[in-house]
Design a protein around this ligand. Structure first.
Ligand code: BES
Ligand code: ZN
Ligand code: ZN
Length: 493
């Protein structure tokens, strides 16, 4: 968890023995030059960066010895070009200087927003998951970060960074935790333990309550497991609210594929299949911590998709809570079944916007790789998420919901089927279209869907490659910051 102190100040502090000052290295057509405040740049005059092996390539890190001390350098390419770039440079610095107690980051930043993005980038990488290591792998010394900036940075803005990075870390912890330690009930308890915030109420719906509420999707997916399913409902009611945001998340604590058992290579990683619910639950709590004037109702739809004598069988038909019948041709397309309940519960409340987040389809990875999340939706839902993701620089890509593909999921004997076996085309989009069947209309007489966005982040929820920018290996905590930003924008901030 982030326990580092973040400070912004205009003046370079007096050099201390346990502190490294970090300057930027920028390249132009002719030369490589250091950037920072005049006093620290002066010290670097005359150094031959090339011979020292210091590169201006963006995110390249070097250390040089100057006047008996050490100066850190971070490459920024031609210049720090945007907030996103500043955040990534922050990530590179934060990953490289964990062995030092204090760093002073002195890069000649161009704006207040770049200053904040840089601090956020540093804060976002102060995380490691070593709960299961007998001996901690690395020693983290970094506890003080000072950024040199002529812009006035408010304590509130620093506090917001702390709340956001703590939220991202909390999602990472939940998502990295293996399924033997994160059953649906344990996930519910973890969330409840984090929810002691004014205005927040957490309800944990057990099997009895789920049956009473007609949550057939969650119950059906969960019935093959000895760890029964849960729905975790988080409500945040501020004193004044200008809008109502509903969040829905896929929370499969482990996805074996059910009676369409995944081969081992596909099953590894399926502890991450609850990332959507962790993301929306933690985001709701972060919104409450920030005291935003917006009502939030979050539905974490949590179950373990297992094989057993009680599990769903291919071609079982279930009647969902909105009355539609679904032929479950594919027990591995379980995410859409649990989300269907969350979406119909959310729709009953007629909120201003519904956003669901899920590691829904392998097809998202085929289409978009592993950094961009797929975004679909109805009404002004997708635009709301695009705008927020623009502010946070989180990567997502708008995808269509082609009407003709609705044919693919029509069943011969029920209203819908959850997947057409042998027809993988447009898998991510078909997932979105299936979910849309459970999004309510604006009114009884309207054919317009409520404002809704669906984020399929089977791509970016987990990074199984090397760390880059402010993204670490393993669970990423992607989309938490964007959801908070959606709430800020909806509430007029
Ligand atoms: N949890 C998976 C999706 C997934 C795959 C997430 C890879 C992360 C990485 C989901 O439940 C699933 O199995 N989806 C099927 C959908 C299909 C059966 C319609 C898939 O991707 O094959
Ligand atoms: Zn599955
Ligand atoms: Zn799944």
């Amino acid at each position: 968890m982030t326990s580092i102190k973040l400070t912004a100040t205009a003046k370079l502090p007096v050099a201390k023995a346990d502190t490294i000052v970090i300057n930027a290295l920028a390249s132009s057509a002719k030369s490589v030059k250091a950037l920072g405040s005049p006093a620290s740049i002066e010290k670097l005059a005359g150094l031959n960066f090339k011979l020292l092996g210091a590169s201006a390539k963006s995110e390249a890190i070097s250390r040089v010895s100057v006047d008996g001390g050490v100066v850190g350098l971070v490459g920024v390419g031609a210049a720090i070009s945007s907030d996103q770039h500043a955040r990534e440079i922050g990530g590179a610095i934060g990953r490289a200087f964990t062995d030092v107690k204090s760093i002073v980051v002195d890069l000649a930043l161009a704006s207040e927003s770049q200053t904040l993005a840089l601090l956020e980038g540093i804060a976002l990488v102060q995380y490691s998951f070593d709960r299961y290591k007998s001996a901690p792998q690395e020693r983290r010394a970094l506890s003080n970060v000072t950024v040199i900036s002529p812009f006035a940075i408010s304590p509130k803005a620093i506090e917001r960074i702390q709340v956001l990075s703590t939220a991202v870390d909390s999602v990472r912890d939940l998502v990295n935790t293996p399924a033997n330690d994160l059953t649906p009930q344990l996930l519910a308890e973890q969330i409840k333990a984090q929810a002691k915030i004014p205005g927040v109420v957490v309800e944990i719906w057990d099997e009895k309550r789920l049956a009473k509420e007609n949550c057939v999707g969650i119950l059906s997916v969960g019935k093959g497991s000895i760890h029964p399913p849960r729905l975790i409902k988080i409500t945040y009611t501020p004193k004044v609210s200008t809008a109502h945001l509903a969040l829905v998340g896929k929370g499969i604590t482990f996805d074996t594929g059910g009676l369409n058992l995944k081969p081992i290579a596909g099953m590894i990683g399926m502890k991450y299949d609850m990332a959507g619910s962790a993301t929306i639950g933690v985001a709701a709590l972060a919104i409450a911590k920030l005291g935003l004037p917006i009502k939030v109702t979050a539905f974490m739809c949590v179950a373990e998709n297992m094989v057993s004598g009680a599990a769903l069988k291919p071609t079982d038909v279930i009647k969902m809570r909105n009355g539609k019948t679904v032929e479950v041709t594919n027990p591995d397309a379980e995410g859409r079944l649990v989300l269907a309940d969350g979406l119909s519960l959310a729709s009953d409340l007629k909120p201003d916007l519904i956003v669901d987040v899920a590691t829904l389809t392998g097809a998202a990875r085929v289409a978009l790789g592993n950094r961009y999340a797929g975004l679909m939706g109805a009404g002004n839902g997708t635009q709301a998420v695009i705008d927020a993701a623009h502010d946070t620089s989180e990567l997502l890509w708008a995808m269509p919901l082609p009407e003709e593909l609705t044919e693919v999921i029509k069943s011969d004997i029920a209203d819908l089927m959850n997947s057409r076996i042998g027809n993988p085309s447009g898998g991510m989009l078909v997932g979105g279209l299936f979910l849309r069947e459970f999004v309510g209309k604006k009114s009884a007489s309207s054919d317009e869907y409520l404002n809704w966005a669906h984020i399929d982040f089977a791509t970016s929820a987990n990074n199984d490659l090397a760390a880059y920018g402010h993204t670490l290996k393993g669970a990423t905590g992607a989309m938490v910051r964007t959801l908070v930003r959606v709430a800020e924008r909806l509430s007029g901030k």
